[in-house]
Design a protein around this ligand. Structure first.
Ligand code: ATP
Length: 319
């Protein structure tokens, strides 16, 4: 064993859902989805470092994030060790340090983007030369959102969310994002509740599922993305999971309503299974004003607020 001191720092952006439609059940227990995923410039910083003992160590600055095997980054490193045993034996263990800025359990794919960064980082650390598709395929075995997080940008996702088709890049659309720190929504709970209440509407045949996905692809929101028309995109935002999360969490509903009344807000929606709520805003000064307004309207320390914007990339090496 030789001591390898190489390390990489990576930027791991969060995502929001511009669109989330649940169209069917899957035999594997997941759902058939059509989603439009968008990277934003709210990001975690992840470093991966080769260490001399054959272990995986995780450090994190966020008290709610586990550093044991339940952390998705641990599982990503373990997957790489299993898939590439010779590289693992040659390079030794991996130390992973997470600097979290993305709110946790927020519907922003925080864990998924961290795992994507670790796959990219270990590929570099071990000189594996994997293609983006190979990294995405590895990621898909750990979680449905991970493949998107690798390349990021704007994409339409089908299947359980892992089948991606890129859409034209959206850059510099301003977003205000709000999340109650202590409110966590379990993604399985949101989908299970949706199935109980609305499962009767699911599409049953493979042909009809494909037709529905194609209809979204050729529909209004994708046209608005092609035209880079923020106002039109904002009008076409959609998230089926709001139907179960908003009635169960009035404070999330209140955020949605407050956002909607503000000047400059073009549209507002919950991201993923929540509880993050975002608003698309015309300009950065208006985004700052909306953030300030919400801060004053809800003077609760528990409420985290961010001004962010859409970006065109996923995992990047930090400069
Ligand atoms: P998604 O949008 O993909 O559903 P999310 O943003 O709602 O994800 P995460 O931030 O990934 O949720 O956190 C979900 C749970 O996963 C948390 O309860 C947290 O303890 C656990 N977790 C495991 N690894 C991580 C990680 N690297 N970062 C954040 N949370 C993690």
């Amino acid at each position: 064993m030789f001591l390898n001191m190489r390390s990489y720092s990576l930027i791991a952006p969060a995502k929001i859902n511009l669109y989330l439609e649940i169209i069917g059940d899957r035999p594997d227990g997941y759902h058939e989805l059509v989603m439009i995923l968008q990277s934003i410039d709210l990001a975690d910083k992840i470093s991966v470092r080769a260490i001399s003992d054959e272990t995986i160590r995780v450090h994190c600055n966020h008290p709610q994030v586990p550093t044991d095997k339940t952390n998705l980054v641990y599982r990503a490193a373990e997957l790489m060790a299993t898939q590439f045993p010779e590289a693992w034996a040659k390079h030794g263990g991996v130390e992973i340090t997470l600097e979290k800025n993305i709110p946790v359990a927020a519907g922003l794919a925080g864990g998924s983007t961290n795992a994507a960064a670790v796959l990219v980082g270990i590929d570099l650390l071990w000189n594996l030369g994997l293609t983006q598709t190979e990294i995405e395929e590895l990621g898909a075995t750990l979680g449905s959102d991970i493949p998107f997080c690798v390349a990021g940008g704007t994409a339409i996702a089908t299947g359980r969310g892992e089948q991606l088709a890129p859409l034209p890049n959206l850059d510099h659309i301003y977003i205000v994002l709000a999340k109650y720190r202590s409110l966590e929504i379990s993604t399985p709970w949101a989908y299970k509740t949706y199935r109980q209440e609305f499962g009767h509407t699911y599409i049953k045949t493979t042909e009809d599922l494909a037709a529905r996905a194609a209809a979204v692809h050729s529909g209004g929101i994708v046209k608005a993305i092609v035209h880079k028309d923020a106002a039109e995109i904002a009008q076409k935002l959609h998230n089926d999971l709001e139907r179960v999360v908003l009635p169960a969490h009035p404070q999330v509903m209140q955020l949605r309503e407050l956002f909607a009344t503000q000047p400059g807000v073009l549209g507002t929606m919950m991201s993923g299974s929540g509880p993050s709520v975002f608003a698309i805003i015309e300009s950065e000064p208006q985004a700052q004003a909306v953030k300030q307004y919400i801060r004053e309207a809800i003077p609760n320390e528990d409420l985290e607020l961010f001004v962010t914007r859409t970006i065109t990339h996923g995992i990047q090496i930090a400069s």
